[in-house]
Design a protein around this ligand. Sequence first.
Ligand code: RFL
Ligand code: PHB
Length: 385
Amino acid sequence: MRTQVAIIGGGPAGLLLSHLLHLQGIDSVVLESRDRDYVEHRQRAGMLEQGTTDALRDSGVGERLDREGLVHHGLELRFGGAGHRIPLTGLTGRTVTVYAQTEIVKDLVARRLADGGDIRFEAEVVDLDASAPRVTYRGGGETRTLDCDYIAGCDGFHGVSRPAVPGLRTFSRDYPFAWLGILAGVRPSTEELIYASHDRGFALHSLRSPTVSRLYLQVPPDEDIAAWPDARIWDELAARFATGDGWKLHEGPVTDKAITPMRSFVAEPMRHDRLFLAGDAGHIVPPTGAKGLNLAVSDVIILARALTERYATGSETLLDGYSDACLRRVWRAEHFSYWMTTLLHVDPAATAFERRLQRAHLDYVASSEAAATSLAENYVGLPIE
Ligand code: RFL
Ligand code: PHB
C-alpha cells in the first residue's frame, strides 16, 4: 500500500491537512486510532481566530460555520467585582468566532468522505520510519504497512510521532492548577466571553450556542472530579463571577464534565527527515489564550503550501523552512498564552506582593488602550506569514 502523504491522527490538524492536500491534487491517508464517534464528540476548543475561519471558508468547508458560528467583537475581563470590556474589533478591525472543535471535525470528516478521501478509524500507528518513509499501523486485528513520500505527525500530545524524532529539544512548564470544564444545557448568561480573575481562582464563561453554555473553573492540578458535584460547581462559578450590579448566572443540567491539566510545551525542530510534526504533536499551550486549535490550523496551512510547492516544482525550499516558519508563530502564541494564564489565575504559591502586581496589571489592561490593543491583536491572532 502506498500514498503520497501518510497522516497520523484524525484530529483537526490531520483532517484539515488531508483536505488542503486533496484540493491540490495530492493523495493522503489519515490513520486515526479512535473511532469516528469518539473524535467527533471529544469536547475541546471553541474560539477561532479570523485567520482560522478564513482558511476554513476559503477551502470550501465554511458553510455550516458561516450559518452556526457566533461572531464576537469583544470579550470581558472581570475582576474586583466589575466587568471591563476589551473591544477586539474596535482595536484590531478583526473578529473571532465561537464554533466548537467537534463541529469542525464533523465538517472535515464529512467533506473528506464525500470527496472520496481515505480516513481509517481505529487504525493505531505503532511504528514509523522517517527516512524510508513508512508507517506501520494496527487495526481490525491486523498489522499493515503504508509506504509514502512524507509523514505528517498530527497525532496530538500523546502520539507516536514526536518520540520518533531523535535529538529533539523540548521546553515546558507545568502550572500549579488545572481547568474543570463543563458543558451545560442552559442559555448563556453572557453574549461575549467572560474571563474572571477572583481571589478564589480563575473562571471562564464561554458558550456553544444560544442554548448551551461552556464554563471553566481553576482547580488544583491533581483534583478529583468526584469532589465537584454539580451544585458545588454552580456555587463556585457564581462566587467567582459575582459583580456588584446584580448580574445572574443561569444554571442548568451539566452534560459533560472533565479536568484538563495546564501545560506549556514546545518541541524543536518540528521536522526530522521526511516526518513533519503539526499541531499538539509539536506544541501545547494552556487554553487561556484560546490558541491551541488555531496553531494546529496555521501549522497545516504552512505544511500544505510547502508540500504543494514540492509536488508542483520539485523544490524543497518551503519544506526546509517549515519548522522555523511554524516556530516563530508558536513561540508568540506560547508567550501570549503564558501571559494570559499568569495574569488571570491564582498561583497558590504567590506572595501578597505578586498578587498586587497582578491586580495592577489587570487595571492597566482594562484602562490603557495600548495595553488592551496588545491583548486584542494576540487574541484575534497574528497573520500567517
Ligand atoms: P488532537 O485533537 O489531539 O488530535 C490528535 C489525534 O491523533 C490521534 N492519535 C493517533 N492516531 C493514530 N495512531 C496513533 N498512534 C495516535 N495517537 C494519537 C488521536 O486519537 C487524535 O484524534 O490534536 P490536533 O489535531 O493537533 O488539534 C489540537 C487541538 O485539539 C487542541 O490544540 C485544542 O483543542 C486546544 N484548545 C483550544 N484551542 C483553541 O484554539 N481555542 C480554544 O478555545 C481551545 N480551548 C483547548 C480548549 C483544549 C482543551 N483541552 C481539553 C485540552 C479547551 C480545552 C479544555
Ligand atoms: C471554549 O469555548 O471552550 C474556550 C473559549 C476560550 C478559551 C478556552 C476555551 O480561552
